[in-house]
Design a protein around this ligand. Structure first.
Ligand code: CA
Length: 224
């Protein structure tokens, strides 16, 4: 499950990211309205957490533009305590829920789960490539009907690759999304985990492994 958080206050954004990641979500954070809008319109998200007062485009205008473009992604707006107006405006513009700052991260997580369920998360909760299926709700992985046990990290790595089939993901992108490292820790963490994942997915009988190494660039998963 992938969440976009558009929030310009770094400490709040950081607190949300940490909380959501420890609840198993993949999180992208944007600190700016224009950049947030760009991400929201170019990447698939399961839920967007949207602050209202932002540099660049404000949250309400982001929401308005998404809905005008028939983008139905569930949106939770974050509002200040005193601004009933913003809340009403947000709901009128098509927000699915709102949360008043300050809030407990547990409450945000509960509301995100509720929105995903309401949005028919069950239908979007399966990722598939070739004979490999990943159920994002039960976190069950199967290949050709055989159940595969993965560690949490291996699961997140596989999910990240499967959300962008055919796209080459660099080691630093993988490190950032799966491990939360914004720097290269100078280890072969990614390579080791990809090897392990490949072994568990056992590619025997296939011409090329599902997870391909693209020399000098990174990894991609594809059904070729
Ligand atoms: Ca703000």
């Amino acid at each position: 499950m992938k969440i976009l958080v558009v929030e310009d206050e770094q400490h709040i954004a950081g607190f949300i990211r940490k909380g959501l990641e420890s609840a198993g979500f993949c999180v992208d954070v944007s600190n700016d309205g224009d950049d947030g809008y760009h991400l929201a319109t170019t990447q698939p998200y399961d839920v967007i957490v949207l602050d209202i007062m932002l540099p660049g485009r404000d949250g309400l205008s982001i929401l308005d533009n998404l809905r005008k473009a028939k983008n139905a992604v569930p949106v939770i707006i974050l509002t200040a305590r005193t601004t009933l107006d913003e809340r009403l405006q947000g709901l009128n513009l098509g927000a699915d829920d709102y949360l008043t700052k300050p809030f407990y991260i547990e409450e945000l997580i509960a509301r995100i789960h509720a929105l995903i369920r309401r949005a028919g998360g069950a239908a979007q909760s399966m990722l598939q490539i070739a004979d490999l299926t990943v159920n994002l709700l039960t976190r069950e992985v199967q290949r050709g009907g055989r159940k595969i046990d993965l560690t949490a990290r291996e699961f997140n790595l596989l999910e990240y690759l499967m959300r962008s089939p055919g796209r080459v993901l660099s080691r630093s992108q993988v490190l950032e999304h799966v491990w939360g490292y914004y720097f290269d820790p100078g280890t072969n963490l990614v390579d080791v985990n990809v090897q392990r994942l490949r072994k568990k997915l056992s590619d025997e009988g296939r011409q090329s492994p599902l997870i391909e190494t693209v020399r000098g660039m990174g990894y991609k998963i594809s059904d070729e």
